[in-house]
Design a protein around this ligand. Structure first.
Ligand SMILES: *Cc1c(COP(=O)(O)O)cnc(C)c1O
Length: 362
């Protein structure tokens, strides 16, 4: 926490705004809006997953529709497709940013159209904070007139050619889960340049209550709004977002300075024009065995590190979903490792991690 979160939470208690609405909810939305740019409109919600669910719904995704989704991601990017009765079609990554491959995306779109069904939406993800190939991906989306749901859950604070992640998609999603770059313990947001979309999202997120004195409903809604107490945490966290990005980037720089010379270790580089919040610092090793050698040595030193996300097309639950893959994300999953990346790591922590990695490879 940054320090001022409790002031906002106390204010919520003092004024008795203990509800999924109130001054912190409105204030947090305005804070995010002014961070992302005034032409962005924001609705804060109970989770990033809820925001993805509502986002797909607002893009018109329904039963038996097909949705193209980056395979190399956390399951929350894909699950809401299934909540709506739609079919996820998984697309592999390219090697430069580890995100959705523009080539495979276009191949998939053409192929699905040829099969008689045009995809309803594209879910693209800025994984680990690294922006995806925004220009290429959005050009393809425009060419085929398919809307993009931009999963920016891991990328608040990242930019692509100066534009902030969370402002590129027809609808974008942020997460404030406990593990993200800033947190409300649990929470999320939907962002769109279209104010009507955000108004509609808030309506659906509050049980789709019609404008009447009694309770009247013309649609099925959700209970997806953020609590005014948690939004207070969010307001305090927005004050330290830039510090958190700075701390995460320093972690990455430390690992780079101390490990880059080792031939077995490769880092994900920022291509020209890309700025990653470095939510997680990740490395690639030459093989599964060497990856495990490092991971287990850290584990023996009481340090947790984790393999990269297991691609969705390799998950048991999605084994029957169509996919357009070329082995890239599977290879990254086999050889990659997320190093400790918390904003509160001390230099002595980082030194100990580096020492153990070097020892494991020696
Ligand atoms: C965390 C995360 C989500 C889901 O956000 P929650 O707030 O945890 O529901 C979605 N997509 C990605 C890529 C994530 O990392």
């Amino acid at each position: 926490m940054g320090g001022t979160e409790q002031d906002y939470v106390k204010e919520a208690f003092d004024t008795n705004w203990i509800a999924p609405l109130g001054p912190n909810v409105t204030g947090f939305e305005l804070d995010i809006q002014s961070y992302l740019g005034q032409d962005s409109h924001v609705a804060v919600l109970s989770s990033g997953t809820a925001a993805l669910h509502l986002g797909l719904q607002l893009l018109g995704v329904g039963r038996d529709d097909e949705v193209l989704c980056q395979s190399f991601t956390f399951s929350a990017s894909a699950n809401p497709i299934v909540y709506l009765g739609a079919i996820p079609i998984f697309i592999d990554s390219e090697r430069e940013t580890w995100n959705i491959s523009p080539e495979l995306l276009e191949t998939a779109i053409k192929d699905r159209i040829q099969h008689g069904k045009k995809p309803k939406a594209i879910v693209s993800v800025h994984l680990y904070g690294m922006p995806y190939k925004v220009k290429e991906v959005h050009e393809i989306a425009e060419k085929y007139d398919i809307p993009i749901l931009e999963d920016s859950a891991e990328a608040l604070g990242s930019t692509f050619k100066g534009g902030k992640c969370g402002t590129f998609g027809d609808i974008a999603v942020l997460s404030f889960n406990g593990n993200k770059i800033i947190t409300t313990s649990g929470g999320g947001a939907m962002v769109s340049k279209n104010k009507d979309t955000i108004d509609k999202a808030i309506h659906l997120a509050t049980q789709a209550r019609d404008n009447a004195v009694h309770y009247q409903h013309s649609e099925i809604g959700h209970n997806y709004r953020m609590s005014n107490v948690l939004a207070g945490i969010g307001r305090g966290q927005m004050e330290v977002l830039d510090d958190r990005v700075g701390a995460r980037r320093l972690n990455h720089q430390f690992y780079l300075d101390h490990l880059n010379a080792i031939p077995e270790i490769e880092f994900l580089k920022e291509p020209e024009g890309y700025f990653s919040n470095r939510w997680l610092s990740c490395i690639l090793t030459p093989s599964y065995d060497i990856r495990e050698q490092i991971r287990l040595a850290l584990w023996d030193g009481n340090i947790e590190s984790r393999p990269l996300w297991k691609p969705m097309h390799l998950q048991p639950v999605f084994k029957d979903s169509p996919n357009y893959t070329d082995g890239t994300s599977e290879d990254l999953f086999n050889r990659g490792l997320c190093l400790p990346s918390g904003s509160n790591l001390l230099e002595e922590d980082l030194k100990r991690i580096v020492r153990i990695i070097k020892f494991a490879l020696s």
